[in-house]
Every structure is written in C-alpha cells, then in structure tokens.
Design a protein around this ligand. Sequence first.
Ligand code: NIG
Length: 397
Amino acid sequence: MSEPMVHPKSILVQGISGLVTNDPAAGPGLTGRLRDAAVVVEDGRIAWIGAAQSAPAADAAVDVDGRTVLPGWVDSHSHMVFAGDRAAEFSARMSGTPYSAGGIVSTVSATRAADDPELLAIARRHRAEMIAGGTTCMETKTGYGLTVPDEVRSARTAQAAGFDEITFLGAHVVPPEYARDPDGYVDLVCGPMLDAVAPLVSWIDVFCEEGAFDGAQSRRVLAAGQRKGLGLRLHGNQLGPGLGVRIAVDAGAASVDHCTHLTREDVDALVGSDTVATLLPACDLSTRQPAAPGRLLADARAKIALASNCNPGSSYTSSMNLVVALGVLLCGLTPDEAVYAATAGGARALRRHDVGVLTVGARGDLHVLDAPSHDYLAYRPGVPLTYAVFRRGVRVV
Ligand code: NIG
C-alpha cells in the first residue's frame, strides 16, 4: 500500500474487496456491504463512494490491495482519565475474589495524587492506543476525581487529550470522605460539582448498582444533568439485576451500559425505546460475570452498541477488535451485528450521525483490515488485523 507524504485535499482509497458502509441503500445486509469498491475523502469527509471502476480522480490515491474497509470504531464507553493500575486486584479476582464497585476508590486515590502532566500523558497514551486499534471516535468519562476540583481537572484532561465526547461521572461511587453521608455526596454532585463540570462536557452518567448509587439517587443525578442540558447515560445491571435499565429508559437516556443481568421486563423496556443497550463483553470476561445477552437483545430488535469500557479496574483493554470478537463469541451476535454495534451502534449511543457510517458527508474515518472480510475479526480473534487507519481523511496508522 503506497501512501502520500503530505496530507492531500482529496484522497481516493481503492482496491477495497469489501466495504462496510452501514448504509442499507448502498449494499445488502445490515452492514450495507459493497464489493470491489472505492471511497474518496475530501477535506476530512466522505465525498464519493461506489464501484471501483467508476471512481473519480483525486489529488492522491491509496491502493489497499484487496483488503476490507470499515468505518473506524466508535468506542462509546471508556474511563481514560486515571492514574495507577489495579493489576493486583485483577490477579486476586482471577484467584476468586469477586469484583465490586469498591475497587474504584483505589484509582480515585491514585488519580488525585497524580499531577496534571502525568494525568494528561496517561490519557493521551491510551487515546493513541485506541487509534492504533482502529478506533476513530471515542468517548471518555470523569469519575476518578470525585471532588469539585478533581472532576473539573478530569474533564479538562479529557478535552486536552482530544476525546470526541466527554461524560461527567461524578456519581461513580461515594468517595471515602462521604461514606457516612452518601446523600450529601449526591447533593454535591447535583449542585456545585455539576455547576463546575457541565460547561466542559456533553453527557452525565451515574453508576446505578449495589455499592454505588440506588434508584432514587440515580434518578436525581440524571434529572440534575438534564436540567443543565446534558445528554443522559447510565451504568446499570452490571453486577446483578436492578433498576438501571428501567431508570435509563424512563429518563430517555441515550444509552444504558453493561446490561449484563437483564430481566424480560428490562428487554421489553429497551425494545420500545430509543435507549441503546451498550454491551461491554471485555468487562464481563474480565470480571468473571456471565456474558451480556446479545443474542436475546438482537432477536428482540433492541438497539445495541459494543464498547471497550477501557478502565484500570474492570476492563483494561482498548481493543475494539477484541470487543467485536467477544460480541460474537461470547454474546452470540453475528459478525455483521457485532461490527454494526461497534460502529453505527456506538454512534447511536452518542447520538451522532457523522461517524460509524461510510456515506457521503460522514467523517472520513476508515479502518483497513488485513483480511478478506470483517468476519475475520471473530474468526481470527487476537490476531492484529488492523492494517491502516484514516481519521478525518488523514492516515494516522
Ligand atoms: O464501567 N462500573 C463502573 N465503572 C467502571 C469500572 C471502573 C473501575 O472498576 O475502576 C465500569 O466497569
């Protein structure tokens, strides 16, 4: 594959054996797959898409030699502003100690102790790792600061590191200094902390789970965020059945994330709603939980996303290639469903229309796989299939 030395105004990507567009008007199936295709990206956006033999000229051309091209991954759930690691906790878990929300406070201590350059360098490093794995649009959260200045600092760090979407997760757990007054902490989150962080973020989130926040507290947090004009997301049904899914759906949240333990009522609530069920199979695996019921949700026609949940506690991987493989192998999705969930599904979970699809006008975010089809992601799990990545029309890998 030859590549241009400078960033041209327009670039023709040709030699594509299979192009996943996620546009049902472009090709057959859920992924709207075109064979023997080409794409032109101009000024960072898709300008043309179609059969290779009709491709127009461009300032530069790249031949991908019969490889597969997908939209870049849209990773709609990560926690990348943190310091320290929890390898010892992971090791203890693999020896039988169950995962609980309590481990989060050790990352809170390490994050508070880190200085600004250190925190920013860690966030940047992880974002670069995501891009190297084919992720071109990424969300991340605050949630390891849990004081007003530390949450503001986390949001600023996420901005400076270049994340596309930033979520306020002051309601991650109750920090130790509020252990005797959890409702007082919710007052802080919904009051001065939200006032200070809201201008820096687009979303608010709450961890609705035993050991974190109960149903009433979760509703309060979402309502406060909504009054500030933020979009809503919720961590729910991760470690056991609970109210999370129904609270998220009732509140009109864009996404409810984890969805590992669902009742029939939860599935029905999701099906009749615009709330995306964001599955995090690498987290299920790494916390020794059962796999989220992807097949059940897909058969019921719920809206599904797949995301990494990259964080130092429950899921320390940024690899969306792995997540897609697990979506198939653990959660029962087909390769088409899993690829769609990790691209168009992630975009829907972030209420975005410009990413996760390859249509004229969409962002020029392309993921070139060194494989004859996207089935290979699950067929050859763990094999480094990412060959090249273009973000906004610029080759970054
Ligand atoms: O999505 N569930 C809550 N938050 C993260 C875990 C964070 C941690 O363990 O540090 C999650 O899994």
